[in-house]
Design a binder for this molecule. Structure first.
Ligand code: URA
Length: 261
């Protein structure tokens, strides 16, 4: 038995929050009876669930797992109140209710997963899973080894140190050049890479995400997308189901403990 709002979001009908509204508006029925209670559970295998009278047929076939290369200048959201271009504008004919897994800034480009599998999306973005995200950043100026080491050890942001990062300089360390780094972080804090680089005195001029967890694709061009392969989906699900990290890893950090779900 699964809570109805979760079931509806997994089915790709709506986001979990929008599904709650559908329920409270009386638009959802289970076995012919209108359901208004948000906690109500149902079994998708045996119960007849309808939204606005239409039977829910949720299944693996209607699940979509999309890898998009977001160009800069697009907002990572389904709807932008400011009417800027959004990642949805790039998906064309995808008719399922997919949404972004996490977020890339307006000015950041790179790989973004989109899915209507609410359970997987929630697991991959939950802080306790520490899914690694790899970025390449063109910095202003050339960071020295000390600066790179500070990034690796963690930078205090909003009173809380970032976790350990893998950092590599991709350009030769010539002092009068701008450096490019590859950085892997395991958190998804707001504008994290930009703020970390700013803190070491080398603001980001250009930022691209090149990997999300086990998923990378050097051939995908900005503005294009593809379905994940069955093998990629399997790896992502394995990552989402793996036991959570127990620890605060960064020194002196008082992180809120992960809430059991
Ligand atoms: N870090 C940032 O600063 N921006 C992003 O979009 C992602 C990570």
């Amino acid at each position: 038995m699964i809570r109805l709002q979760k079931l509806l979001s997994q089915a790709g009908v709506a986001s979990r929050r929008a599904a709650e509204t559908l329920i409270t508006e009386g638009r959802v029925s289970v076995n012919g009876k209108m359901v208004l209670e948000l906690g109500t559970k149902a079994d998708p295998a045996t119960d007849e669930i309808r939204v606005d009278g239409r039977r829910l047929k949720q299944t693996q076939e209607t699940r979509r797992y999309i890898l998009l290369y977001k160009p800069k200048g697009f907002v990572t959201t389904r709807n932008d109140p400011q009417r800027r271009r959004t990642v949805m504008d790039l998906l064309g004919e995808v008719k399922e209710y997919v949404y972004p897994v996490g977020r890339l800034d307006y000015d950041t480009e790179g790989l973004l997963l989109m899915t209507n599998d609410g359970e997987l999306a929630a697991a991959l973005t939950h802080p306790s899973h520490e899914v690694p995200r790899t970025y390449e950043a063109l910095l202003a100026g050339m960071p020295d080894e000390d600066a790179l080491e500070r990034l690796r050890r963690g930078i205090p942001l909003d009173g809380r140190r970032t976790g350990a990062a893998d950092v590599e300089l991709l350009t030769p360390p010539k002092r009068d050049m701008d450096g490019v780094i590859r950085i892997t972080i395991r958190e998804g804090r707001n504008r994290q890479v930009r703020r970390m680089c700013e803190a070491i005195g080398h603001p980001v001029q250009k930022l691209a995400r090149t990997r999300f967890g086990p998923i990378g694709d050097k051939r995908l061009k900005p503005g294009y997308w593809r379905e994940l392969t069955p093998a990629e989906i399997k790896t992502l699900k394995a990552l989402a189901n793996r036991p959570r990290a127990p620890r605060p890893r960064s020194a002196g950090a008082s992180r809120p403990s992960a809430t059991p779900r």
